[in-house]
Design a protein around this ligand. Structure first.
Ligand code: 5AD
Ligand code: SF4
Length: 424
């Protein structure tokens, strides 16, 4: 999401007549986009800003993103060489803010979260030549106890279905075949135009745009993840058979403390929908270990959930304290060392699951979008609809496959990728 914000900010700058340079050294104006979802993001940002100060005489600096929103004008005090601080909810104002910067204003701010606008850009500078990102909803109306996002990205606002479909068509026309729909919670997408589409309808429609062969989406919230989404995936082959459904914990008690608005059973109901489809849907998740008050029994419940769901992969994190969040007030914070122990156990368990899961693919033929060639291994890098990496052999002399769709047979499986041979 943040990386795509950068693509849109760069597009905005370019359409204002700026040009991008390859290194910070060559820049006159440095835009530093920041994330504060976990860890010591603020310290890292101030550290980097100090480096900028040392090496950046005569340059103008702007701080963007979640740390900008969170720290606000404090950034000017701690790092006086910074001239602009702007959170993502104010990116629409960038053209006016640039005028102020050019006029010599050294305290330009965009910090209001009070917006109903989404960030529509005249141009987007896309980094990935195969997969194009489209933001469909910004902000978040949930209030998960550990999460800083509602404070840094503001309330939910959805783009119109017409603008999302128009962007999808444009992308298809310039040669993109894969689209990833983005939002903090795409499932709560609500078309503000009279058509009033929900997420499942939008997803299905993007999957019907001529030339678009793959549609992905991230991220989902189990509370708003309805069966209609699963039905759409089952029926429309252009929708990738992969769902990322963050669970955070396998303990209903911890889920309640996290204010996640679902129980373990309700989550498992959604997993059951996905496991009863005709198409095999890969399921991935996010997990936080060591949330305040998480007991050994709660942690065991999360381990048990991994066994029950058998995820294709997971992102797992140690709980970290975030400013403004309600979890700060909870008692019984878990020691860092114990969080580390739980994380290691969880990751090792998941590794074993992935070894078993991936072994089941040996012998199968999978369609891959070829992302490139790995010189070191001499293999092409393919990605399956299920979002697995499938590396395969085929002599380079026989042609460049990058960007094309091929079929490959899986011959070997590891915990994190598959390898195989080219079929056609
Ligand atoms: N501590 C640890 N992990 C967090 N995440 C969000 N906030 C925190 C936090 N304070 C994780 C969640 C979320 C993912 C994007 O980051 O698992 O789904
Ligand atoms: Fe954060 Fe919860 Fe919103 Fe996700 S749904 S962005 S975890 S508050």
């Amino acid at each position: 999401m943040n990386a795509h914000d950068s693509e849109k900010v760069i597009g905005t700058l370019v359409s204002q007549g700026y040009s991008q340079v390859p290194t910070v050294e060559e820049a006159e104006l440095v835009f530093y986009n920041t994330c504060s979802i976990r860890d010591k993001a603020e310290q890292k940002v101030f550290h980097r800003l100090q480096q900028f100060k040392r090496d950046g005489k005569g340059k103008t600096f702007a701080v963007l993103g979640c740390v900008a929103q969170q720290e606000g004008e404090k950034i000017f005090e701690k790092a006086p060489h910074v001239s602009m601080v702007c959170g993502s909810a104010s990116y629409n104002q960038l053209p006016q803010m640039l005028v102020q910067l050019e006029a010599g204003n050294r305290r330009v701010t965009g910090l209001s979260l009070d917006t109903e606008d989404t960030f529509e850009t005249p141009l987007t500078r896309r980094d990935n030549p195969h997969r194009a990102y489209i933001t469909i909803i910004e902000g978040c109306d949930k209030s998960c106890a550990y999460c800083v996002v509602p404070f840094t990205r503001g309330p939910e606002r959805s783009r119109t279905s017409a603008s999302v479909i128009a962007e999808s068509r444009q992308l298809s026309e310039i040669g993109y075949t894969e689209i990833q729909l983005l939002g903090q919670n795409v499932n709560s997408y609500r078309d503000p135009s009279p058509a009033a589409w929900n997420f499942a309808t939008l997803l299905d429609s993007v999957g019907h745009v001529p030339g678009i062969r793959r549609v992905r989406f991230t991220t989902s919230h189990p509370r708003d993840f309805v069966k209609q989404i699963v039905d759409a995936i089952d029926e429309n082959p252009a929708l990738c058979n992969h769902v990322h459904l963050p669970v955070q914990s396998g303990s209903t008690r911890v889920l309640a403390a996290m204010q996640r608005l679902y129980t373990r059973d309700e989550y498992m109901q959604r997993i059951a929908w996905m496991k009863s489809t005709r198409r095999p849907i890969a399921i991935t998740t996010d997990i936080i270990v060591g949330f305040p008050g998480e007991t050994e029994a709660d942690f065991e419940a999360t381990l048990g959930l991994l066994d029950e769901v058998e995820y294709d992969s997971i992102f797992s994190f140690k709980y970290s304290r975030r400013p403004n969040t309600s979890a700060l007030a909870l008692g019984d914070h878990i020691a860092e060392e114990e969080k580390g122990r739980r994380l290691a156990i969880l990751q090792e368990k998941q590794r074993q699951i992935q070894i078993r899961q991936n072994a089941a693919y040996v012998g199968k033929v999978e369609e891959c979008l070829v992302e490139g060639f790995n010189q070191a291994t001499g293999q092409w890098i393919g990605r399956t609809s299920q979002n697995k990496t499938l590396n395969f052999l085929r002599p380079v002399e026989e042609g460049d496959l990058t960007g094309s769709y091929v079929e490959a047979r899986v011959t070997r499986a590891g915990p994190n990728s598959l390898s195989g041979e080219y079929v056609h």
